[in-house]
Design a binder for this molecule. Sequence first.
Ligand SMILES: [Zn+2]
Length: 433
Amino acid sequence: MARVTRTVIVRSTKLPRKVFRVFVELEGMYRNMIEQLTMYAVRNNIKSFTKLKALKYRELRKLYPQLPSHYVYTACQDASARTKSFTRLKKLGLAEREYPEIRKVSIWLDDHLWKLNGLTSIRIATHKGWVTVESDPHRQYWRYVNRGWKLASEAKIKLDKRNKQLIIYLTFVREVEEYKPRGFLSVDANENNITILLDGIAYLFETNTEKLVLGYYYRRKRIQERYDKLYGVKSRIKRKVIRKFKERKKKNDIKWKIANIIVRTAYERRYAIVLEKLGKKPANSMIKRIRDKQLRHRIFQASFRGIQRAIEEKAREYGVPVIYKPPKGTSTMCPIHNVPIIYNDGSRIGRCSKGGELWHRDVAACWNLLFKALRGDGSHAPSPAGHIPVDVSPMPLGTNATHDPTRVPRAVWARWKSLEATPNNPKITGMTL
Ligand SMILES: [Zn+2]
């Protein structure tokens, strides 16, 4: 069972003046608590919510006796989340200040602080007692309700002062059960492409991650330097530009598209997804050590992990099982003969040292991942022939044949929802060296 959550935003109707005042005051008190708590947590290096609550609960209760006590809990949760993300940015060298700046505040509510009042209004506990707020539910809200999603006990509210409205963030939850896999889809990712093996055919999705990731990194650095010179290190304008830049990057993010295709393809066939188990080296010193020779490697590792996380998240939503296998030897051993494949001069095509057949590196990696999954362990022992279904074993090709993937250019797969490719699909160019 996996828990899948979705946030739905609902706007209240325009608040009556009295109610609006109550929320202005509530937001003010909540903001003060957050400011105090994050300052304290950063200064004393407290990352755990329970510890922060244990240390500050009494004091804050005394300061705001009129507030329902659960606001202190949620403020501690909010503050410890802010502290964690600030510490992370600090480590990356991206935070300029000593303490996190509390700019936007949304008030966190737990099950003691709000309840549904019918389906179009909610009640919120405040320092002035329970206040009823009428909402104007979006179509999306009804869609989740009608599809049997359940509302989570936590919610957030934000005050839109200009429109005198509350913006309500509701969380919907659904439990999804994983199915028993009927087969496997293995995935290999590297700098320039993602290769998948499906029913004996390898498809190589061209991504140009290298250009994308490094391009982004250097562009961001250039912007930062230019604005440092123009406006000084602490400029607001620079931050705004970088934020815009980040948003654009997110929109163009290919990882969600590719994750969607992979997960839906596995889901349609009731297959499990096989991924390489990546190392645990933290990527956070990535940006600091810019001159480091391993920079490229680290950035790529980080971007692979991003792809893996996207696949994991999508898979959870669909109930697709995900299996991890150690990457050791996946691209260097011949999947048929279990002997080294010899690659010359950094070529991606190598020759099997026993059978003499040619292997594309990523195709070999996918086959080996598949076999590891079929064997159910991470060993390199030759697989007992009986364990591998005939229809998924690599074709026994002659000495001059190549296990080459079917290439799918980005312009083609970008429009797919799942794998539309068949060996006869004219849109993909196959079997080229
Ligand atoms: Zn071989």
